[in-house]
Write a protein that binds this ligand. Structure first.
Ligand code: TRP
Length: 480
């Protein structure tokens, strides 16, 4: 008991459960909600996909999220330290180690892309997108400009570093309490704008009309993978945030709120995007950065009350993206920082600047890999850019492996009874314990192994990806 009091006093804690929920939701709600969910939904059978996604999130994502929170709070440490502590120093701590490394690498290129959103926010604000503009050329020029790429990557990273360096309560919590309400308001304003455009209904129909004929085994696996990705599982982020939570707070309902908030934002993002695309007569089948940075800006010039409508809604749209990326990046940086603070006794400030600075430097080749430096753009032997080469294994692969390790650790090694004891500290009448235990032991591991098999299978069956020009491939395959 005395060690636990000591650690929580020196490591910091959340001021309230609301702060914890908002911080975890901030981690979960990211670029994946806005540029990946809508497109996989539209392609995966609309309402049918939404239904499958919600089932995956509720029956697999939610239990794993709860498991991460439990490990964090019971272990009272970063992912490596928590697992080492709970598992009596076993090799399972490598599951945490994988999370620390993955978070660091993902941060390095997440920041590059987040930098684009800041650049675009300014561009929209000064009216760039309300003139007739070749948005493809605009994007390609930006990524080919080393100065711009590094400047915005740097601005974003410094903002993340300053937040994390100030600590849990004074840094992360304070920031989250400002940014998350702004995110909510912006989302609402954009939603009203989109839904009152002519053609809104057609857009919604394209997005959400259930088409069960499009549902295959792959659709289900895609929904599962998206749920893990969107809920920020498998990288130790939720373990880390859970470690700053007081013992008397309820973990199951916190996890439930996060899953609801995250799913709601993902759903609403599509309700903003598709009506706008239909209104502006733009292609509906693009996702990822191509959609955000090349297609959607073309809506702005056509919006009513020109040019002010386009300037206003364009600016706040990219603000929405920037905030979503920012609150996710904060949690990415916090993972390696908490590792250095807990395990290596580093001071938080030093650890933050070291890790954040390192991620900035490591991110530079990624930043230059979309046109600024030729050989990074087309890595020989791989035929893709560095940023794409990293994003696949680290964003899709590593987090799935991490989530598998964590479920097995909780279900089979550390023990469900111990986990339930921890959960009951804050929610004595946790009713779903049998379902949760079953999911962590069997459902989640089986689901995750299926995703992994599916991912490996698609890597080794190259004909699944259609032929594209290299330029298109660069833009489209950065599929965060
Ligand atoms: N959930 C984030 C999104 O939707 C992406 C993400 C995956 C993430 N794993 C993470 C963010 C870990 C922070 C920490 O975009």
């Amino acid at each position: 008991m005395s060690t636990s009091t000591m650690t929580s006093a020196t490591r910091g804690t959340w001021g309230s459960r609301l702060a914890f929920i908002l911080a975890v939701a901030g981690s979960a709600i990211g670029l994946g909600n806005i540029w990946r969910f809508p497109i996989v939904t539209a392609e995966g059978g609309g309402g049918a996909f939404v239904l499958i996604y919600l089932l995956c999130a509720a029956f697999v994502g939610l239990p794993v999220m709860l498991a991460e929170m439990v490990v964090g709070r019971a272990g009272e440490r970063n992912p490596v330290g928590a697992i080492k502590h709970l598992g009596n120093g076993t090799k399972w701590r490598w599951v945490g180690g994988l999370g620390v490394v993955t978070a660091f690498i993902v941060l390095s290129f997440y920041s590059v892309i987040a930098g684009w959103t800041i650049h675009y926010m300014f561009s929209a604000g000064v009216g760039k997108f309300t003139e007739t503009l070749d948005t493809d050329a605009y994007f390609i020029e930006m990524v080919a400009d080393p100065g711009k790429e590094m400047l915005y990557h740097g601005i974003f990273m410094i903002a993340v570093i300053l937040t994390v360096a100030a600590g849990i309560r004074n840094g992360i919590e304070r920031t989250i309490k400002v940014t998350m309400p702004i995110l909510g308001v912006v989302l609402l304003v954009l939603l009203i704008r989109s839904l009152t455009l002519p053609g809104a209904f057609e857009g919604l129909a394209y997005y959400l009309t259930p088409d069960f004929s499009k549902v295959t085994a792959n659709t289900v696996l895609q929904a599962l993978a998206q749920a893990f990705f969107s809920l920020s599982l498998g990288m130790g982020a939720i373990i880390t945030y859970g470690s700053y939570l007081q013992k008397d707070e309820s973990l199951p309902s916190s996890a439930g709120y996060v899953v609801m908030l995250d799913s709601a934002v993902a759903l609403l993002a599509g309700c903003i995007i598709f009506p706008a695309l239909v209104y502006a007569n733009l292609p509906l089948d693009e996702g990822g950065p191509g959609l955000m940075f090349q297609v959607l800006p073309q809506v702005l010039v056509q919006l009513p009350w020109a040019p002010w409508g386009g300037i206003l809604f364009g600016t706040i749209f990219f603000l929405l993206l920037a905030i979503a990326a920012f609150t996710s990046a904060i949690s990415l940086l916090e993972v390696p920082v908490s590792y250095l603070v807990d395990e290596k006794n580093w001071k938080r400030k030093k650890a933050t600047w070291f890790v954040g600075g390192g991620a900035f430097l490591i991110g530079i080749p990624s930043a230059l890999s979309l046109g600024a430096v030729g050989w990074l753009t087309e890595l020989s032997g791989f035929e893709m850019s560095l940023i794409d080469l990293l994003s696949g294994p680290f964003m899709d692969g590593a987090l799935v492996i991490g989530a598998l390790g964590l479920s097995l650790f909780v279900g089979w090694k550390w023990g469900l009874q111990r986990a339930l004891t921890e959960i009951r500290q804050g929610s004595p009448d946790f009713k779903l314990s049998a379902i949760w235990a079953f999911s962590i032991r069997y459902v989640a591991p089986i689901a995750i192994v299926s995703i992994l098999t599916f991912q490996l299978y698609s890597i080794f069956t190259p004909d699944s990806s259609p032929e594209e020009s290299p330029e298109e491939a660069v833009i489209e395959s950065t599929d965060l």
